[in-house]
Design a protein around this ligand. Structure first.
Ligand code: AMP
Length: 190
């Protein structure tokens, strides 16, 4: 079973992905975490990626798709992936469908965490205090939300058309949201 955790920045994708790793022994593939690791190497590519992340923009499809493919090759067969923060554009979604198809598998569900803008902003302010992520400042966050509306939200009809979209109220406490996701996955597992 492979799923996409979908939603705007600070919707709780990473938190919920980690919970599912524990419960279902799936593998979390977070492109945000992969890119922060690339950044930490301090390489030329790392510097390029850092400036894009810090202003809240999207890293190129080519780089992100390359990182995901590399990671899938390293892992080999497994209990399934939780894609967290990927795909973020239609081109990435198409590439993901192709990568999975060529490995004899597919996306089973896309979990859409629905959270309003006021709550997202409050969460990002809080996360900045706790983790100090440079892209959690209000200015970058506005850019990230803009990117989400323009480039990422069009994936909702893409996955709706495939019958894979499952909406979850992401405004509830972490545990409640987690239980909602769990229910969807248990139903899928039959
Ligand atoms: P995240 O941790 O998922 O919020 O990602 C942090 C930042 O990494 C984003 O604001 C983007 O700059 C970059 N990023 C993460 N995933 C992607 C992706 N799938 N496509 C493009 N950029 C990404």
């Amino acid at each position: 079973m492979n799923i996409v955790l979908f939603g705007p920045p600070a919707a709780g994708k990473g938190t919920q992905a980690k919970r599912l790793v524990e419960l279902f022994s799936m593998i979390q593939l977070s492109t945000g975490e992969m890119l922060r690791a690339v950044r930490a190497t301090g390489s030329e590519m790392g510097k390029k990626v850092a400036s894009i992340i810090d202003r809240g923009d999207l890293v190129s499809d080519e780089i992100v798709i390359g990182l995901v493919e590399e990671r899938m090759d390293e892992n080999g067969p497994n209990r399934g992936y939780i894609f967290d923060g990927f795909p973020r554009t239609v081109a990435q979604a198409e590439a993901l469908d192709n990568m999975l198809q060529s490995r004899g598998t597919k996306i089973d569900a896309v979990i859409h965490l629905e959270v309003d803008e006021a709550k997202l902003t409050a969460r990002v302010e809080n996360r900045f205090k706790e983790e100090g992520r440079a892209d959690d400042n209000l200015e970058s966050f506005k850019v990230r939300l803009g990117r989400y509306s323009k480039e990422t939200a069009p994936l909702l009809p893409y996955y709706e058309a495939q019958g894979k979209l499952k909406g979850i109220d992401g405004m509830k406490p972490i545990e409640k949201v987690g239980e909602g996701i769990e229910k969807v996955l248990r139903r899928l597992n039959g």
